[in-house]
Design a protein around this ligand. Structure first.
Ligand SMILES: Nc1ncnc2c1ncn2[C@@H]1O[C@H](COP(=O)(O)OP(=O)(O)O)[C@@H](O)[C@H]1O
Ligand SMILES: [Mg+2]
Length: 254
């Protein structure tokens, strides 16, 4: 077995103090093999996004370890870290600057990291996410929600990371356009051998995308299972069974 690409070891994160203290993540551990897609599922407020924010270093007041290729991620994250790990956020409106042309948004990481052939890279990455290169010359409001999220994926890919963290990447989209974005993500992972950690409250999305799944509630990972176990409803924990039952019709309809 090769070393895991990403490992979370006994990760704990709390917000606030005294009576206002919230234990958002409570000793969470998992590891993801290179090229795998790992899903985190759980109800709203269970701590899913907080885990991803800790991995990227957006939150660096955490206990426990975040390891990339067996190495402890530095705190604060060094610039080189983001050449390996990138994150895509839920809200494609919030994550793109409204008055900035797509080309300028995509140019920014290339400039910061001093990469060459910038226009070529932008044209290619747009094609890779299923958009024509001309989309570089549009503004966010001239794109649909699905197209905006493809741009957010393109931006994350520009530095050619090996690990993508996907926080509800299609939750803000109409069901009719979700599949297109998810299929692009699946194709990219296969073509580039990317490692994904994807967060969703939607079991169908996780079942479509991931091979292993962690089930979270109230900051804790209560169960880890394969997608085969999920589909066959082989859950150990009552919480997982309830979650599956709530969306069973949808999952078995896949
Ligand atoms: N910046 C923050 N300040 C205070 N509480 C927070 C902050 N971010 C998240 N929380 C709390 O931590 C818990 C987990 O939140 P989150 O990770 O966003 O859940 P999920 O992504 O599963 O919906 C929630 O109780 C949320 O209110
Ligand atoms: Mg969240």
């Amino acid at each position: 077995m090769s070393a895991p690409s990403l490992e979370i070891a006994d990760l704990s994160i709390a917000f606030g103090h005294g009576r206002a203290r919230v234990q958002a993540v409570d000793r969470a551990s998992f590891s993801v093999a290179p090229g795998d897609a790992f899903g985190i599922i759980g109800e709203s407020g269970s701590g899913k996004s907080t885990i991803l924010r800790a991995v990227t270093g957006l939150l660096d007041d955490y206990e426990g370890g975040v390891l990339i290729d067996g190495q402890m991620a530095p705190r604060p994250r060094a610039r080189a870290f983001f050449k390996t790990v990138q994150m895509v956020f839920q809200d494609p409106y919030g994550s793109l600057h409204p008055r900035r042309m797509i080309r300028a948004t995509l140019m920014e990481p290339l400039e910061i990291y001093r990469l060459d052939r910038r226009d070529d890279r932008i044209a290619q990455v747009l094609v890779d996410v299923g958009l024509a290169p001309e989309y570089a010359y549009r503004y966010p409001h001239q794109l649909s929600g699905g197209q905006r999220q493809r741009v957010a994926v393109a931006r994350a890919l520009l530095l050619e990371p090996r690990i993508l963290l996907l926080d509800e990447p299609t939750s803000a989209l109409d069901v009719s356009v979700q599949a297109g974005v998810l299929n692009v993500l699946n194709a990219l992972r296969r073509a580039r051998g990317l490692t994904y950690v994807m967060v969703s409250h939607d079991l169908r999305v996780i079942a479509h995308m991931c091979s292993r799944i962690a089930v979270m509630t109230q900051g804790r990972i209560v169960e880890e299972m394969s997608v085969e176990d999920l589909r066959a409803q082989r859950a150990q924990e009552q919480y997982t069974r309830t979650l599956i039952a709530a969306s069973r019709a949808a999952v078995t309809a896949e």
